[in-house]
Unconditional design. Structure first.
Length: 321
């Protein structure tokens, strides 16, 4: 077997090992999981997630997920907790402590202190007979048979199991809160995701560029209007009502079919009943319409009051796709 094949085989075995470990988590769920979700959902305080080593990294990811899905959370490093950081734990807070072994020195110091504070303590561990499991009010079992590491040492399957258990908590809490895409957008206003969820057509519209011609306009006028506004399109208006649209593609097709443009008007080549969108619609909705009908521009109108044109290129520049 070549070196390349060996690498690919090892990668496949790692993926299979981790996926099997995750699948077995479903069998480890108990009533403690449901009680934990209800406890976090009903608390007046925050969720504090703590751990040591690789589990601390998982804890930080969990906190990021909880915060972005409506559960106020904070990360507490187990080793720093006893050096002043315990001050972040308030009376109404719920604490999740993550540890594969549940017996690390830092955990043995931290757990009794948390219990003296009186905060509900949830253990997420792969050792149900550990110090952590025995001293917590609720236990989330993340036991794995072995690590994907060939030496069965480096946290691989175990940290993946912790990560998935955290995601299970977050998703269940989202459902209890009826957390929808609009709620999600509140916590993700920046970047492509925020723009996709929040950006409206009116936010991108340049109303100073409203290409328009009358239905009786000659082709020279149509070409000039399309070229001047540089949107590759013009609306056709009659009595302040949009009756059609002409794209630069329509011009090219017309020129390929006729030897003279004399006497041809906008009405002769326009597409009637053009696709339109309202200013308050989200930009992603405009993008979906463009994709569905294989077009690159949309007329923007409110109660048939022409507002302008939104172009696919402008959407792409915003990084929404």
């Amino acid at each position: 077997m070549t070196a390349k094949n060996n690498i690919l085989q090892t990668a496949k075995e790692t993926i299979i090992a981790e996926s099997q470990a995750i699948a077995k988590l479903a069998e480890l769920l108990t009533d403690d999981f449901a009680r934990t979700v209800e406890l976090i959902h009903n608390t007046k305080g925050r969720l504090v997630v703590t751990g040591i080593g690789k589990s601390a990294i998982i804890a930080q990811k969990m906190v990021a997920t909880f915060n972005s899905t409506g559960t106020p959370s904070s990360f507490l490093h187990a080793s720093e907790a006893v050096h002043g950081d315990l001050g972040m734990v308030q009376p109404d807070d719920v604490v999740i402590c993550i540890s594969k072994s549940g017996n690390s020195p830092e955990i043995k110091i931290l757990v009794p202190i948390l219990n003296r504070f009186g905060n509900p303590l949830i253990a997420m561990t792969g050792n149900l007979t550990s110090f952590l499991a025995k001293n917590a009010q609720y236990v989330l079992d993340t036991t794995v048979e072995k690590e994907a590491c060939p030496n069965n040492l480096a946290p691989t399957n175990s940290t993946t199991a912790q990560l998935v258990m955290g995601d299970c908590l977050a998703v269940c809490l989202m459902q209890l809160r009826n957390f929808n895409s609009e709620d999600f957008a509140k916590y993700h206003p920046g970047g492509a995701l925020g723009k996709k969820l929040l950006l409206q057509v009116k936010d991108m519209l340049d109303e100073s560029k409203k290409p328009t011609v009358s239905p009786d306009a000659n082709i020279q006028t149509v070409i000039f209007e399309i070229s001047e506004k540089r949107l590759g399109v013009t609306a056709v208006e009659e009595n302040e009502k949009i009756i059609g649209i002409i794209t630069d593609g329509d011009i090219r097709r017309m020129l390929s079919k006729t030897e003279t443009i004399s006497g041809i008007t906008a009405r002769d080549i326009m597409t009637q009943n053009p696709k339109m969108i309202q200013p308050h619609n989200r930009v992603v909705e405009a993008l979906n319409i463009m994709e569905d009908f294989a077009i690159t521009q949309l007329i923007v109108a409110e109660n048939n009051n022409y507002k302008g044109v939104i172009h696919l290129h402008d959407i792409l520049k915003e990084g929404i796709v």
